[in-house]
Design a protein around this ligand. Structure first.
Ligand code: MF3
Ligand code: CO
Length: 241
């Protein structure tokens, strides 16, 4: 799990310099796939099945009002002022890595910077709760109580998840608090925590490509994700170099 997630972190770190106006999401995807293969790992999302859908790419590239699962294409060119969420999955020696980060393309408006920072901080605040003896709902509640008073909404239809030999395992990690007592967290559990927040509605819909999830009101959305392990010494962030 450490190696799979370290490789995800390598991609999210190195892709930062490649995100600039004029670049297509396809170019980013091709680069990421080759980089992952060069590190003796495989893309974790490409070929991933969910119902009758098969995900076709290495990265999810979700621009502006796209929340998650945007499919890279040659036609989609980044422009100054966009924000782009990059989500990457990796399989190394049978184990999954999963991480995401939202980047500014060139300069973005100050209020967009605040949206991104709030989501980043929400992820850190959620991770702090990922410790032995706590409950999954402690993570969800911490994120909810941090984000919503700031006037942002939290996407509810998508969640974080357990991760290991499969990309998605139990438990679900909600990013909002539903008032229920969640499952207890134990040492050696590995979780992908991934808040998605918007500056409009929490409601989302899926485009006709069957993957791209957008905000219902086309408001902007940010998404950050870390895979963490619960150790006897608190959370260890695996998707960090
Ligand atoms: N981080 C996302 C998730 O955990 C990305 C999945 S993309 C998919 O669901 F193609 F694999 F579905
Ligand atoms: Co995930």
């Amino acid at each position: 799990m450490r190696e799979a997630n370290r490789i995800a972190a390598v991609i999210l770190t190195e892709i930062g310099d490649r995100i600039k106006p004029g670049v297509s999401t396809y170019e980013l995807d091709t680069w990421a796939e080759e980089r992952i293969l060069g590190l003796n790992a495989k893309p974790g999302f490409k070929g991933y099945r969910s119902g009758n859908r098969v995900y076709p790419a290495t990265l999810c590239t979700s621009i502006n009002h796209e929340v998650v699962h945007g499919i890279p294409t040659k036609e989609r060119i980044l422009k100054e002022g966009d924000i782009i969420g990059i989500d990457v999955g990796v399989i190394y020696d049978g184990f999954f890595g999963d991480g995401a980060y939202t980047y500014a393309v060139g300069q973005v408006a100050p209020e967009v910077e605040v949206l991104m920072k709030t989501c980043r901080d929400a992820l850190d605040i959620g991770i702090e709760q990922a410790k032995n003896g706590n409950r999954v709902s402690d993570i969800s509640r911490a994120i909810d109580r941090y984000v919503r008073p700031k006037g942002y909404e939290i996407v509810r239809d998508l969640t974080g998840h357990g991760i290991g030999r499969n990309l998605h395992e139990d438990p679900q990690v909600l990013n909002y608090y539903d008032g229920k007592k969640g499952q207890k967290l134990k040492v050696n559990m590995t979780l992908a925590i991934e808040p998605m927040i918007t500056n409009g509605t929490y409601k989302v819909r899926t485009l006709d490509d069957n993957w791209t999830v957008i905000t219902d009101d086309c408001s902007l959305s940010a998404h950050y994700e870390h895979t963490i392990a619960i150790t006897g010494n608190g959370p260890e962030i695996l998707t960090r170099l």
